[in-house]
Design a protein around this ligand. Structure first.
Ligand SMILES: [Fe+2]
Ligand SMILES: [Fe+2]
Length: 217
């Protein structure tokens, strides 16, 4: 999908230009927060959001493992496996930002991510193993997660820039771009393969196939 890829590239270029404008504006701001800035309410909110995301990303490593195991197609299994490794990298990047701030990397339970993964698990329960409809459901659940992450990292990047911490902003922006790429990849997989094949699945046919398999066994 070259058109979509170039749109992503354009977003990245625009973001880089915003970053450079922002760093020009805040040239004198230090990379680390001094004592005075730690009392800043926006800084406190920033740290709180980072703790939330640390919990969310750690929780997602386990969830992506489950989703990889229950996916029907090798294509989706591979996409979840790749994103599991990327998610481990997202945890490391958050820990790097905590180190930069001189704050303990403490994870704080993210209720939104817990809700999204509970919903993903319900969708697994409600779809038949070995069907394309199972994969269509997994993609929908995974994209809800990616959109939450995109919103969260987009906010974190902007807040980091407002606080004058360009180093933290650029670390968090790398993760933001990876979440956007994953979302696009899931859209491509759904549109090109999974959804059209899921559209051909009928409940009765699936039951007949299961009965035939049982008789043959
Ligand atoms: Fe992530
Ligand atoms: Fe993600």
């Amino acid at each position: 999908m070259p058109a979509k890829k170039s749109a992503t590239a354009a977003r990245k270029t625009a973001a880089k230009s915003t970053a450079s404008k922002s760093s020009q504006k805040k040239q004198t701001a230090p990379a680390n927060m001094d004592g005075q800035e730690q009392d800043n309410l926006l800084y406190k909110l920033f740290v709180d959001m980072l703790k939330d995301m640390l919990w969310a990303e750690k929780h997602l490593v386990t969830q992506l493992n489950t989703m990889q195991t229950v996916a029907t197609t090798a294509q989706l299994q591979e996409a979840f496996e790749d994103h599991k490794f990327a998610t481990q990298k997202h945890v490391s990047r958050l820990e790097k930002v905590f180190k930069l701030l001189g704050v303990e990397p403490e994870a704080k339970k993210c209720d939104a991510m817990e809700g999204l993964t509970n919903e993903a698990n319900s969708m697994i329960q409600e779809t038949k193993e070995g069907t394309m409809t199972r994969d269509a459901a997994l993609i929908i659940a995974a994209q809800k997660v990616e959109h939450y992450e995109i919103a969260s990292y987009g906010s974190l990047v902007q807040v980091a820039r407002t606080l004058g911490n360009e180093e933290a902003a650029s670390i968090l922006e790398k993760t933001l771009w990876e979440e956007e790429d994953t979302d696009q990849l899931l859209t491509d997989i759904a549109e090109s393969d999974i959804n059209p094949l899921a559209d051909d699945e009928q409940e009765e046919e699936m039951e007949e196939t299961e009965e035939e398999e049982e008789e043959m066994a």
